[in-house]
Design a protein around this ligand. Sequence first.
Ligand code: ARG
Length: 284
Amino acid sequence: MKKGFIAVLAIALTLALTACGNKNNNGNGGAAAPSATVPSSPGKTATGKLADIKSAGKIILGTSAEYAPYEFHKNVGGKDQIVGFDIEIAKEIAKDFGVELEIKDMSFDNLLNELKIGRIDFVLAGMTPDSERAKVVDFSKNYYEAVQAVFVRSEDKDKFKTLADLENKAIGVQTGSTQEKIAKGIKDAKVKSLGKTTELVLELKSRKVDALIVELPVAQGYVANNPDLALTDITPKYESGGSAVAVAKGEAGLLAEIQKTLDRLTADKTIDKWVSEMTELAEK
Ligand code: ARG
């Protein structure tokens, strides 16, 4: 009788401890969980980049801060800072990891290479996960969706109604971007690729190009701030217009941890909130 009672107690205690352990393992940014509770990446969780990041106490973000509201420079309280909804997401990832965030700002077309050679740990740069890039890096699920937009000088707005109106025209795009691929696919288009969106806008204003292609939130920002520029109704199609986080190929443990943060921020609509906040900040 007494023996039986003790046995039941022991089982209850074991169950309680197991439940407790599971709770910790599933918590946000908790220490690497034993492989048994992470069937998607058995035994890989705390190896590779993920382990390096945790022992360094620092995660390095690669971005290209010239794409408001995704990421851009802003004078905040007399100091130049890199802000944007991608940056808010990166901060949250670092927080969940329990490490500091270091930001490396560079030209967009350098990001994938820097990731490959390990000088940065992850990329958030409004980067669209297309099949060509997926051959060299690994992507999270999309954390944000956007369509492509075309904007022109206001006086020309009537001339640009459909994609066919871009044929034979000078189109400005960012070097190495998905928009560059879109533009190159337009019949007889004269594609001008430059490193920065701000430079492209100057080219448009000074009539060196006739139209620019960027993601819609970016186009909306420029049009709102420049009465001489206007948005067209043309929305070129691409395999995706969404943005995803990129990590070096094969870093499954790191990617799984990042995805946890992204899932939380998309489920509770925090990212949508940041998109509007950062759009406002960019227009201030
Ligand atoms: N979504 C486009 C791409 O993946 C453009 C991204 C540009 N981002 C930036 N931070 N400049 O190519």
